[in-house]
Design a protein around this ligand. Structure first.
Ligand SMILES: [Fe+2]
Ligand SMILES: [Fe+2]
Length: 258
């Protein structure tokens, strides 16, 4: 299947099966003209809902209760589905991006589809169906700011996925503390994949950035104002995971400060 057709199917899908459709062979022979997708179709009941303060995640000290853990896992599953859709958006929006960039992005998209399925399975084990709790627009709201692959890697890989280098191990450790080994293993798998996704973004930022800008300057320059640097980190700042992803030392120092 052509990458373009695959992404159109993902963004117009009305079933979860179609959202996670992953053809054995993907080709990129006719990327076609750019498409700037407005809003993805969603399975019934999984449409974007307005986010209010009452929708905040349960506090960490309440996660001894499986229902509260399921609320967190459901939110994370929602982020994975959004990642799938934002990556499909980028593949349709940037048909002229380097072939290797598109191939790497398509591979990342496949992994995000795998993450959706892993969370959906774990939720089922906790007696929750993916889609029965509210889902939000979140990452999708930034698609309008993605004017080139540089904005894509800055916003998606190097902000949202970067933050998961802190959040995934935080929740892994909390789940472990409450003896939920399966959920902890899932978070560990997400962390390992996320290190690769950040690494992908770092590589392409460095490849595509103007030589006059440092990596850090290029990242800040290509993030919208609505995304301050704090968005790219969690409460417990993980230096080692960033080093593994190839984040430069000066970037790590600048991000670690307030
Ligand atoms: Fe993911
Ligand atoms: Fe990711």
């Amino acid at each position: 299947m052509e990458i373009r057709d695959w992404c159109i199917r993902i963004l117009s899908a009305t079933t979860l099966e179609e959202k996670v459709l992953s053809p054995k062979i993907l080709t990129d022979l006719t990327p076609g003209p750019a498409i700037l997708w407005d809003t993805p179709s969603r399975p019934r009941g999984m449409e974007f809902q307005a986010y209010t303060k009452k929708d905040k995640l349960p506090p960490l000290q309440e996660l001894h209760h499986p229902d509260k853990r399921a609320i967190c896992l459901h939110r994370f599953a929602g982020h994975e589905l959004l990642a799938v859709e934002v990556m499909a958006y980028a593949l349709l929006a940037f048909p002229n991006a380097p072939k290797h960039f598109r191939k790497g992005l398509a591979n990342t998209l496949r992994e995000e589809q795998g993450h959706v399925q892993m969370y959906a399975k774990r939720l089922q084990e906790l007696h929750v169906t993916f889609g029965e709790l509210p889902l939000y627009r979140h990452f999708w709201a930034y698609t309008k700011t993605l004017l080139s692959p540089l904005e894509y890697v800055s916003v998606m890989s190097l902000t949202f996925e970067m933050a998961n280098l802190d959040f995934a191990p935080l929740y892994r450790d909390i789940f472990l503390q409450y003896d939920d080994i399966l959920s902890a293993q899932l978070m560990e798998q997400i962390l390992q994949d996320e290190i690769q996704h950040v690494s992908f973004g770092m590589h392409w930022l460095n490849t595509m950035k103007p030589p006059s800008l440092s990596s850090w300057e290029c990242w800040r320059h290509h993030c919208p104002l609505a995304l301050p640097k704090q968005t790219a980190k969690g409460k417990l700042f993980q230096i080692e995971h960033r080093k593994k992803a190839g984040v430069p030392e000066d970037w790590i120092i600048q991000l670690s400060t307030k």
